[in-house]
Write a protein that binds this ligand. Structure first.
Ligand code: IPD
Ligand code: CA
Ligand code: CA
Ligand code: CA
Length: 257
């Protein structure tokens, strides 16, 4: 399945790439939440191909109506993760696809066609970037750790969320090396997998933002949890906290101070 999945996602990457260099039609789902015709085109392409090739799986995708779609055995698709980057010409954007069997991650692909970076993972078989095995960093000093975060679209409209974002930045920023906001959750997780970042946290993520990145990170030796340090549950937990594992306890402690 992995080879076929990659082949289809690489083809979809051509649609994303074409759109990246072209003028786009932008629609606002909410004040900050953009969508373009390319998000829809990539999603439709993937759904069409997947529904033919992988008949045993339900398809859950960002720009579709997923009501009544069962998650148990599913392919969870973010057609363009980092749409704001995509629209503004920041080459940090990717197609993210996670395959789940019995609610557990099985296969994962995150593909940035602009930089030609293909991250893949299969449960128990490791994680790879363009075929090269990935491993998280060995850094165990929180003060020397480069972290990433993201700002949920709700921080625009929900004062509690905005306050929580600001509170956590105030707690974390003095304690770590620095804090990045690169704008694509799937890639934030891949960047920990390849040892660029030590950690990442964000609230209100959707399943498609992280369905693939979680497996890529854990297969590279990293850890993903909720804000209490317990198992992160897709579709349920408010916060995702991810790291190289070595700073995880400290990370959880510092986020909850
Ligand atoms: C967003 C990106 C961003 C994160 C947001 C996501 P989208 O996804 O992953 O980094 O901060 O929470 O919604 O809308 O560009 O697919
Ligand atoms: Ca979006
Ligand atoms: Ca996303
Ligand atoms: Ca998206």
């Amino acid at each position: 399945m992995k080879k076929e999945l990659i082949k289809i996602i690489k083809e979809a990457g051509e649609i994303l790439k074409e759109g990246y260099y072209t003028k786009k039609d932008i629609t606002f789902k909410a004040k900050k939440d953009l969508v373009t015709q390319y998000d829809v085109a990539v999603e439709n392409f993937l759904k069409k191909k997947f529904s033919k090739k992988f008949k045993d799986f339900n398809l859950i995708a960002e720009e579709s109506d997923n009501a009544n779609v069962e998650f148990n055995n599913s392919i969870i698709i973010d057609p363009i993760d980092g749409t704001t980057n995509f629209v503004n010409g920041v080459p940090h954007t990717a197609i993210s696809v996670g395959v789940y069997k019995n609610k557990k991650p099985y296969l994962a692909v995150v593909y940035n066609p602009i930089l030609d970076e293909l991250y893949t993972a299969k449960i128990g078989k490791g994680a790879y970037l363009n075929g090269k095995k990935l491993k998280v960093s060995n850094e165990n000093d929180f003060q020397k750790s480069l972290l990433a975060t993201g700002f949920p679209y709700t921080s625009n409209t929900n004062e509690d969320d905005l306050n929580d974002v600001l509170k956590k930045i105030k707690l974390i920023l003095p304690l770590c090396q620095d804090l990045r906001r690169l704008g694509a959750a799937s890639l934030d997780l891949c960047y920990i997998a390849k040892g660029t970042f030590e950690g990442y946290y964000e609230m209100n993520l959707k399943a498609w933002d992280v369905s693939a990145g979680i497996l890529i990170l854990t297969e590279a030796g990293g850890v993903v949890s909720n804000i209490n340090g317990d198992e992160y549950t897709l579709f349920e937990d408010k916060y995702l906290v991810a790291s190289n594992g070595k700073i995880h306890k400290k990370f959880i402690k510092n986020l909850n101070k």
